[in-house]
Design a protein around this ligand. Structure first.
Ligand code: GAR
Length: 221
């Protein structure tokens, strides 16, 4: 039997990288049949760089401040990504708006995680907005990236109940817990071919995981 190569992941991050860590852990413990071949960060102080170093993962700092415009920054990122020959490009707290050219180049292989139940609350301050609105349910979404920010086909959503005692900080912590479950799960589905861009775009609603981690709605076949 010919052993199948592991799926190759490039991860893009800007900061702490706790989602990056969840993906590292899933690769290392065998839950994910994938290998992170490169981390790209756009900020020198990003703690994600330290995580990469600890786990022997190659990393590149491409500081957006070194570039005159978005186009040249994105072109440098695209070159680094292509050189790593990834199957999937995984945005894990990557806080830069991407040019249409960059997204077009990788569309179908480029995914993101966002801390809300999209299409609710694209953009920033999602936890505060959910609290201000008086929502009882909040969550996070893994989705394919398309040129419109936070609007690409969703793959899976993790949901949790908002408690009366919740504030922005407690919600942020709890949403992180949700994210660390659903991101490796979504990547596993992509690697296994359980979902792809076209099927995600065609489904009326994404798969859903509840607060205990149980899969309530599976990806549509
Ligand atoms: C995560 O909550 C992720 O959903 C969010 O940034 C955080 C990064 O945390 N991403 C966005 O808001 C993108 N629009 P991490 O660095 O600990 O993974």
């Amino acid at each position: 039997m010919v052993a199948r190569d592991k799926a190759r992941l490039v991860v893009l991050a800007s900061g702490n990288g706790s989602n990056f860590q969840a993906i590292i852990d899933a690769c290392e413990n065998g839950r994910l049949d994938a290998e992170i071949v490169l981390l790209v960060v756009n900020r020198p102080g990003a703690y994600a760089l330290e995580r990469a170093r600890t786990h022997g993962i190659p990393s590149r700092l491409i500081d957006h401040k070194d570039f005159a415009d978005r186009e040249s920054f994105d072109a440098a990122m695209a070159e680094a990504i292509d050189a790593a020959r990834p199957d999937w490009i995984v945005m894990a707290g990557f806080m830069r708006i991407l040019t249409d050219d960059f997204v077009d180049r990788f569309q179908g292989r480029l995914i993101n995680i966002h801390p809300s139940l999209l299409p609710k609350y694209p953009g920033m301050n999602t936890h505060a907005r959910a609290l201000e609105t008086g929502d009882r349910v909040h969550g996070a979404t893994v989705h394919f990236v398309t040129p419109t920010v936070d609007a690409g086909p969703p793959i899976v959503q993790g949901r949790l109940e908002i408690f009366d005692k919740d504030d922005v900080e407690s919600l942020k912590q709890r949403i992180h817990g949700v994210e660390h479950r659903i991101y490796p799960l979504a990547i596993d589905w992509l690697v296994k071919g359980s979902i792809d861009f076209d099927r995600a775009a065609a489904q009326t609603s994404p798969a859903v995981v509840d607060a205990s981690g149980a899969l309530i709605v599976p990806p549509s076949p």
